[in-house]
Write a protein that binds this ligand. Structure first.
Ligand SMILES: CC(C)(COP(=O)(O)OP(=O)(O)OC[C@H]1O[C@@H](n2cnc3c(N)ncnc32)[C@H](O)[C@@H]1OP(=O)(O)O)[C@@H](O)C(=O)NCCC(=O)NCCS
Length: 148
């Protein structure tokens, strides 16, 4: 069951990230706490072993990271987290959702394509291993601005 994560979940989030990413791309506990304290950042967390972190800034939002434990993949956990993250971004008025993905990351690229993200740019040599980053965007349907 998905929940909003806070600093108390930082250890669990880091454990998922550690298992999901190779050395050099892992975010530790402290990095999770720092991110969670930034304005507009939120994390959705599934205790089964999945997490997504996003940042909302006015009418734009960005997926900062997404990770699912290797033995929990292909059950739809990432799709559910992404959908809910997009819904929460819309609810506070975001009209676009951006992310970056390595060209070699076929699983993530397939997921994002299936979730309505389109390639809008490329950052050459963006990753430490020399891979390019694809910049992807999904249009959202923002809720009308509420009272401030
Ligand atoms: C990418 C990742 C988050 C996907 O998580 P997941 O929970 O397995 O994804 P889902 O089960 O929700 O997949 C939804 C759809 O995405 C696509 N997809 C996901 N993994 C795929 C794979 N390995 N190969 C092909 N398509 C894949 C499929 O269309 C899938 O639907 P289907 O299972 O009905 O065919 C996971 O593989 C992961 O944590 N990878 C390492 C970290 C990472 O790369 N994060 C993203 C960085 S940008």
């Amino acid at each position: 069951m998905m929940e909003r994560a806070g600093p108390a979940h930082a250890e669990a989030l880091a454990a998922i990230h550690h298992a999901a990413f190779p050395p050099g791309q892992r975010w530790g506990r402290d990095a999770m706490v720092l991110q969670l304290e930034l304005p507009g950042v939120f994390v959705l967390y599934d205790p089964a072993g999945a997490m997504v972190m996003a940042r909302i800034a006015a009418d734009e939002a960005e997926i900062l990271t997404l990770a699912v434990l290797p033995d929990q993949r292909r059950q739809g956990l990432a799709r559910i987290l992404l959908e809910e993250a997009a819904r929460q971004c819309e609810a506070v008025g975001a009209g676009t959702l951006f992310l970056e993905v390595a060209t070699r990351n076929e699983a993530a690229r397939a997921l994002y394509a299936a979730q309505g993200f389109e390639e809008i740019g490329r950052r050459r040599g963006y990753y430490a291993d020399g891979d390019d980053a694809l910049v992807m965007r999904r249009m959202l349907t923002p809720a009308p601005a509420g009272p401030v």
